[in-house]
Design a protein around this ligand. Structure first.
Ligand code: ADP
Length: 544
């Protein structure tokens, strides 16, 4: 098949080698470049590290495209902008970082330069608030448009426009005006977020319906995924794992609270002689920069961080990402783990999980007064996806994560790349139909619903035939002990699975003593189990 050539093909190939010192394109880079240079809107979906930047940086330095002049790149973080513009300056590509951090003098210089008939600058990086705030930048853009020297808009981290994304930013919503205000200027949206509903949101919000969509597989074959139960020994386990890694292997441990980060880093240093430092949004800018740079330059190995740490970090040799706390969405999980192994070498992602941690997050969402009701519902739905992932020991982790991004992945290609496939290859897991037990649990909860309330722990006790200490007369229930062959742990997992599947739901009641109890009642999906239209399978670890 003969490849299509464009008037700019020669120039593009030449500049790839000469300016970027790269021998070939990666998948979809060339297509994205051709589309935008032909003046079309493009949506580029590539995993982190896939090479999105080249798709606008290369056109920015070419003369031949349908539109010419300065490329404006909207990017959410000043640190990201500074990194990128420094990178371009190193390649001898004139770039400006136009942010709130700029001095008035620099701003004046930038205006002067961009007002010239033929600006020398190729790329201007700008934060969304700067771009939509009006003032000088708008007049610059207008005059560039009139001179036909506004080559394109690039919306980096475009998922920030979507409330479904893991990183929504209100300022991004106003980028929808670009199409109206600067007609005829092509728009490129770049993101590593592949959920369909996010994609639709981005295209609609930016007004780029009909754009070419270039979507790359999100599989990261060199990442090993694992979910582990979080026990009291979690720190010992983490330490043991870190010690299996090379002497100076770099890693990230995510915690969801600032205190949690500080404590864990301190424990690792003081008790285990592991060079770990914390990073979170409560630290001063200077401290954060110092820690980030120290870690990036290999002065120490482990960074213990909240999710404030991550976006825009380009360290190729991160060997592991450990989640000491649960991520709040599978999408966030994919992004956070995606920081491991960018150099293509094998790397490990471990997620520590307890049901209680998940419930805590759900409660926090419920009680967060800054969230509207629909926001709460969305966040809880995302959290439930995480819980379903953790509780599911039956399906290949990789195919679970990728199916969330609407990518089908054949688990046979996982190559023991996750705990589930590894276990399956060693025949550690068996799958059983537990529909009958599930039905008994549902009926049992139903009978309690009328009079007394029961928690998951009580329900498991009753199911297994333990009176327990709840004082609720569990042994009076007709189904008491119907699941007596179940272990405590698996009995509770059965009930948790029913909650995740929507057959049961937990609701919170504040007790007089000040804490909240979560009780069970039937959920929306219960009817489907009761009328026989839905079945439940669970995987069990075989005793070895
Ligand atoms: P993304 O923005 O998608 O996360 P980047 O644009 O930062 O990824 O690129 C990640 C890395 O891949 C960079 O180090 C970049 O130099 C490299 N890269 C990009 N395109 C190519 C290519 N065609 N060949 C080799 N390396 C590339």
């Amino acid at each position: 098949q003969v490849e299509k050539t464009y008037p700019w093909t020669k120039e593009v190939e030449h500049k790839l080698r000469q300016m970027f010192k790269l021998p070939n394109f990666r998948k979809h880079q060339k297509e994205a470049i051709n589309e935008t240079m032909a003046g079309k809107d493009v949506f580029v979906l590539m995993p982190t590290g896939g090479g999105k930047s080249l798709t606008y940086q290369l056109p920015a330095v070419c003369q031949q495209g349908k539109t010419r002049g300065v490329t404006f790149v909207v990017s959410p973080l000043i640190s990201l902008i500074n990194d990128q513009s420094r990178h371009l300056c190193n390649l001898n590509i004139p770039a400006i970082a136009y942010t709130g951090d700029m001095t008035q003098k620099d701003k004046n210089l930038a205006h002067e330069e961009l007002s010239r008939p033929e600006p020398y600058t190729r790329v201007v990086y700008v934060t969304p608030e700067m771009l939509t705030m009006g003032g000088h930048i708008k007049s610059i853009l207008r005059s560039l448009l009139q001179k036909r020297r506004l080559a394109r808009f690039v919306i980096d981290e475009a998922h920030c426009v979507s409330q479904w994304g893991h990183d929504f930013r209100a300022d991004y919503l106003r980028l929808g005006d670009l199409r109206k205000d600067y007609p005829g200027v092509p728009i490129m949206a770049l993101t590593a977020t592949a959920q369909n509903k996010v994609e639709e949101d981005i295209i609609r919000s930016l007004g780029i319906q009909g754009c070419s969509v270039l979507r790359q597989s999100f599989n990261r074959p060199n990442l090993h995924y694992e979910v582990r139960p979080k026990t009291k020994k979690v720190i010992d386990e983490i330490v043991a794992f870190i010690r299996t890694q090379g002497q100076r292997a770099s890693g990230i441990i995510y915690c969801n609270s600032r205190d949690g980060c500080e404590n864990l880093a301190k424990q690792l240093r003081d008790n285990y002689e592991i060079e770990a430092h914390h990073y979170h949004a409560g630290m001063s800018k200077g401290d954060r920069r110092k820690i980030q740079e120290g870690w990036q330059e290999h002065k120490f190995e482990v960074i213990v961080a909240t999710i404030a740490f991550g976006m825009g970090i380009d360290k190729p040799d991160v060997r592991y990402v450990i989640h000491h706390s649960l991520p709040r969405s599978l999408e966030g999980y994919y992004q956070e783990t995606g920081r491991a192994g960018r150099d293509g070498n094998p790397s490990t992602c471990i997620l520590y999980y307890t049901w209680g941690d998940g419930k805590k997050v759900l409660n926090q969402i419920d009680q967060d007064q800054n969230l509207t009701r629909p926001q709460k519902e969305r966040q809880k739905a995302s959290m439930n996806e995480v819980l379903r992932y953790c509780n599911n020991k039956a399906d290949c982790r990789r195919s679970q994560v990728l199916s969330f991004f609407n990518e089908s992945f054949d688990p046979r290609n996982c190559n023991q790349g996750c705990d589930v496939c590894l276990g399956r290859d060693r025949s550690v897991y068996t799958t059983l139909d537990v529909t009958d037990d599930a039905l008994n649990v549902i009926k049992m909860v139903q009978s309690f619903e009328r009079e007394d309330r029961i928690t998951i722990v009580n329900a498991a006790e009753c199911f297994r035939g333990f009176k327990g200490s709840s004082g609720k007369g569990l042994d009076q229930n007709p189904l008491f002990g119907i699941g007596k062959e179940w272990t405590r742990q698996e009995g509770e997992r059965l009930i948790q699975t029913l909650v995740i599947e929507g057959a049961l739901e937990e609701f919170c009641v504040a007790s007089a003593a000040g804490w909240t109890n979560a009780y069970l009642r039937l959920g929306k999906e219960a009817r489907k189990y009761l009328n026989g239209s839905k079945k439940l399978n669970m995987d069990f670890r075989q005793a070895s």
